[in-house]
Write a protein that binds this ligand. Structure first.
Ligand code: DGJ
Length: 736
C-alpha cells in the first residue's frame, strides 16, 4: 500500500494504494458509501465505483468486478464522441484537451481537509484540480474543480462542469423538480429516456422557479421511499446551471452538473483560477427517504446559517396589508401576533422611499430610507413597539434591485445591469431593474444597505432579502468589452462577496432568502441564510405538494411555511383554519395574513397551533423526516412524520386532500420509530369536540410502524362534521 496522501491524519479515511501494480486507487469513504477513482500518474483519471461501503477485499478486487473504467472528468478533443465535462479553446486557438493525472494530495480549503487529484494537460500548461470534500457522518461527498493555466494569452472555457458521474444501471429513474412562481418544486419522476435529459436555468438572478438544481437517480427502477439504491446530486449554485443526463446504449447514465455555459463561456486569463460550484452527492440504500435525511442532516450541520438554534414563529405583513404600511397598522399587527403567542413580526415591502414613496411595485426600490409619512417614528418607533410586546422585529429589503423612478437610478445610471450600448429593460411593475453586482461599487452599496440598517438599529432581529427580477438582458456597464461573457457568473460572485461580508459582521441576525417566493432555494446561497421563503403561494392544499417536493433536499428548519387567510390570495380557495395551521406546522411555522380580519374561531385555532408548535418545534426543526404517503400518489390523503434523533418523540401529520363520499382512504403505517419502545399518542391542535379514540393510549413502535392508526375522515366540532380538508397532528412520546 503506497500512501501518497500529503496531510497527516486525514480523518476521512481516504487512502491511496496500489493493487497488483495495475491500479492506484483513491478511495473516499463515508460511513455508508464509497467512491473509488483510479489515479495512475500520467494516465487518465478513471471513475471505478460509487456506491455502498466496501470491504478491503472488495477494493483489492474492484477493478476485476467493474468492467471498463470511465474517465472521471471527461475532456474534449482527443476522443470527441462522448459527452465531455470540460472543453477549451487554448490561447493559440487549439480546441483539444488531454488531461492526465499529475498528483494526488490533501489540502485545506476553508478549514476543511480536501482530497485533490491534479490533472495536467500533456501538451499545454493547463491544469484542472478535481476536489473532494467528505462528510462521513452524513454520507455526502462534495466535488468540484479548480481550473487554471499558464498559456500565452487567454483561454476560453466553453464547458466547465463541476462534476461528472457515471451511474451504472439498466433501469435508472430520475426524480427532478420543476415549477413556476407560486408552483415551485413540483415533483417529476420518470424512467430515464435514451438521449440527453437537460435540466437548466437561465434566469440570471433566481434559479429555482422553473427547475431545480437537484436530482435523485434511482438505480433500481421507480424509486421507493424506504428502500432501493439512490444517488442524490445537489448543485450548490444560485446562478444559471445545467444538469445533463446522457444515456445512450451502454447502460451507464452519464451525469454532468455545473454552471450553464450557454451565453457564458468563461475567458480565463493566465494565472487566474476558476473554482466551479460544488456538487453534493449522496448515496443511500434506503431509498429517497434515506437520501433526504442525509441532505437534511448535512445541511443543518454545514450549509444553513445558525441551524443549531430554533426558529421563531412570526407574522409577516405582506399578504395582510401588501404595500399599505403605516405605523398604526404595524403596531396592530405586532400586538395581534404577540397576543397569539408569536415571537417575531416582519414588516414587508412598502416602508421606504422619500422622493419616490414605495406605494406599489413601480417606484422607490434602491432608496432605503424610511418614509416618514408612513412611519413618523421610524424604525426606532417600531422596534420599541416590538419590545413592548416582547417580540422580535424584522424588515424586508431587496437590495440588488432598483426602480427607474428612484433617487438611486438617477444618481448612478452606470450601476444598472444592461448592455453598455442599449436601452434599459424592465421587469416587475414595468419599472424594475437589477443592479450590476459585478461592479465592486454596487457590491459596497448592497453591503451598506444591510450594514446601515443593522448599525443604526442593532435590535433588528430578522431580514427578509428578496429578489424579484430576472437578468433581462445580457450586459454589464462595468465589465470590459472582452469580458461581457462573464456577466451571469460575475453577478453571483459579486453577490457572494457581499453575503460573505455581511455574515462576517452579522453572524447572528436571521436572514431569509426570498426571490419572488421560492426562486432561490439552493445550497449555493443557503450557507448565508437561515431559511428560505418556500413560495408566494400560501394555499395550504397546494403547499402540501410544494413542501413535499422541497423536502427531498431541504430540511423543515429552513422551509418557511405560513398560515394564510381563510381565502388564500393566490388561488382564492377557502380552507379551514386547522388545515392551514396543520400544514404550516410541518415546516418553520409563521403567519401571513391580517389578524384583524380573523374570526374568533380562527384566532383560537392559531393560538392553539402556535402553542402546540412550540412543543414540537425541536422535533420538526431538528428531527428526521419520514415521508409516509405522497400527495402525488393521488390516494386522497398525504402523511409525513418527524422523529427526534434519539427516537423518544415524534410528530405525525395526516392531511385529507379530497372529499369523496365513502372514499377508500389508506391507513398509514408510521416509520422511523424505535420498534421496541412504547409511545403515548396525544393529538395536537385539536378542534374536535370529542377526543380521538386512541387519544392518550399507548402503542409499541413496532405496531405503529406495521399497522398505523386509523384516522377518522372528518374533524367534528359541536356535532358538525367537516370532511373536506380534515387533518390531524399527533405527538408520540416514548413512555419508558
Ligand atoms: C415577493 C415576495 O415573495 C413576497 O413575499 C413579498 O415580499 C413581495 N415580493 C414584496 O414585494
Amino acid at each position: 500500500m503506497i500512501n501518497i496522501s500529503r496531510a497527516a491524519g486525514f480523518v476521512l479515511a481516504a487512502f491511496v494504494f496500489s493493487a497488483g501494480g495495475s491500479a492506484q486507487n483513491v478511495v473516499l469513504r463515508t460511513d455508508a458509501s464509497a467512491l473509488v477513482l483510479d489515479a495512475k500518474k500520467g494516465k487518465k483519471l478513471k471513475h471505478v465505483y460509487y456506491g455502498g461501503p466496501l470491504a478491503d477485499a472488495d477494493i483489492a478486487s474492484l477493478h476485476a468486478a467493474q468492467g471498463k473504467g470511465r474517465n472521471a472528468y471527461p475532456d474534449y478533443g482527443m476522443l470527441t464522441a462522448p459527452e465531455s465535462a470540460i472543453a477549451a479553446r487554448h490561447a493559440d486557438g487549439d480546441m483539444t484537451l488531454d488531461l492526465r493525472v499529475d498528483s494526488v494530495f490533501d489540502q485545506t480549503i476553508d478549514g476543511a481537509t480536501v482530497k485533490t487529484v491534479r490533472l495536467r494537460d500533456n501538451v499545454y500548461p493547463f491544469t484542472v484540480d478535481v476536489n473532494y470534500h467528505l462528510y462521513p457522518d452524513d454520507d455526502i461527498i462534495e466535488t468540484w474543480t479548480t481550473v487554471s493555466h499558464n498559456e500565452n494569452g487567454d483561454v476560453d472555457l466553453t464547458r466547465f462542469a463541476s462534476s461528472y458521474l457515471p451511474v451504472r444501471s439498466s433501469d435508472g429513474w430520475l426524480l427532478s423538480f420543476y415549477g413556476n412562481h407560486c408552483n415551485e418544486a413540483r415533483e417529476e419522476c420518470r424512467a430515464i429516456p435514451r438521449g440527453m435529459t437537460v435540466i437548466k436555468n437561465r434566469d440570471g438572478v433566481r434559479n429555482t422557479h422553473y427547475a431545480h438544481p437537484e436530482v435523485m437517480i434511482s438505480l433500481d427502477g421507480k424509486p421507493r421511499e424506504n428502500d432501493g439504491r439512490v444517488i442524490g446530486a445537489a448543485l450548490e449554485y444560485t446562478g444559471n446551471y445545467k444538469l445533463r443526463l446522457d444515456y445512450e446504449n451502454d447502460n451507464v447514465y452519464h451525469f454532468f452538473a455545473g454552471i450553464n455555459e450557454d451565453d457564458s463561456p468563461y475567458t480565463l486569463s493566465a494565472g487566474e483560477i476558476l473554482a466551479t460550484p460544488r456538487v453534493a452527492y449522496t448515496y443511500s440504500s434506503q431509498g429517497l427517504g434515506g437520501a433526504s435525511r442525509n441532505y437534511h442532516s448535512w445541511a443543518r450541520k454545514h450549509k444553513i446559517a445558525n441551524a443549531h438554534r430554533e426558529r421563531k414563529i412570526l407574522l409577516n405583513s405582506w399578504e395582510g396589508v401588501y404595500f399599505d404600511i403605516n405605523e398604526e397598522g404595524m403596531k396592530g399587527m405586532m400586538e395581534d401576533i404577540a397576543a397569539m403567542g408569536g415571537e417575531l413580526f416582519v414588516m414587508d415591502d412598502g416602508w421606504f422611499g422619500v422622493e419616490y414613496p414605495r406605494n406599489d411595485d413601480k417606484q422607490g426600490l434602491g432608496d432605503w430610507k424610511v418614509n416618514p409619512r408612513k412611519l413618523p417614528h421610524g424604525i426606532k418607533g417600531l422596534l420599541s413597539t416590538a419590545k413592548k410586546n416582547k417580540i422580535g422585529f424584522g424588515i424586508w429589503i431587496e437590495p440588488e434591485m432598483v426602480n427607474e423612478r428612484s433617487e438611486l437610478a438617477m444618481a448612478h445610471p452606470d450601476w444598472i445591469w444592461k448592455s453598455p450600448n442599449r436601452e434599459r429593460t424592465y421587469g416587475r411593475g414595468g419599472q424594475q431593474m437589477n443592479l450590476d453586482m459585478a461592479n465592486p461599487q454596487v457590491q459596497d452599496f448592497v453591503f451598506n444597505v444591510v450594514d446601515t440598517l443593522l448599525t443604526n438599529y442593532p435590535d433588528i432581529d430578522y431580514i427578509k432579502w428578496d429578489a424579484n427580477n430576472a437578468g433581462r438582458s445580457h450586459g454589464s456597464q462595468y465589465l470590459a468589452a472582452d469580458r461581457q461573457n462573464h456577466v451571469y457568473i460575475d453577478y453571483h460572485k459579486g453577490l457572494e462577496n457581499v453575503l460573505r461580508r455581511i455574515r462576517a459582521k452579522y453572524p447572528d441576525v436571521t436572514i431569509q432568502a426570498c426571490a419572488g417566493g421560492g426562486g432561490r432555494v439552493n445550497y449555493g446561497l443557503l450557507p448565508y441564510f437561515d431559511e428560505f421563503w418556500t413560495s408566494d403561494n400560501t394555499d395550504a392544499l397546494q403547499r402540501v405538494f410544494l413542501q413535499w417536493g422541497t423536502s427531498y433536499f431541504y430540511p423543515a428548519i429552513a422551509m418557511a411555511c405560513h398560515v394564510s387567510s381563510a381565502k388564500t390570495p393566490h388561488t382564492q380557495r377557502v380552507l379551514p383554519p386547522k388545515f392551514r395551521c396543520d400544514v404550516a406546522m410541518s415546516g418553520r411555522m409563521g403567519l401571513e395574513m391580517q389578524p384583524k380580519n380573523m374570526t374568533d374561531f380562527e384566532k383560537k385555532v392559531c393560538r392553539q397551533a402556535i402553542a402546540d408548535y412550540k412543543i414540537i418545534r425541536p422535533v420538526v426543526q431538528h428531527g428526521d423526516l419520514y415521508r409516509l404517503l405522497s400527495p402525488y400518489d393521488d390516494r386522497g390523503a398525504a402523511s409525513l412524520m418527524y422523529v427526534a434523533p434519539a427516537k423518544e418523540r415524534a410528530v405525525f401529520y395526516w392531511y385529507k386532500l379530497r372529499s369523496f363520499s365513502h372514499d377508500n382512504l389508506p391507513r398509514v403505517p408510521m416509520a422511523g420509530l424505535d420498534a421496541d419502545r412504547t409511545y403515548r399518542v396525544t393529538e395536537l391542535n385539536r378542534i374536535d369536540t370529542k377526543p380521538l379514540s386512541f387519544e392518550g393510549k399507548t402503542f409499541s413502535g413496532r405496531f405503529l410502524m406495521d399497522n398505523g392508526l386509523e384516522m377518522p375522515a372528518e374533524n367534528r366540532v359541536d356535532g358538525q362534521d367537516r370532511e373536506e380538508y380534515s387533518s390531524r397532528v399527533l405527538l408520540l412520546q416514548a413512555i419508558d
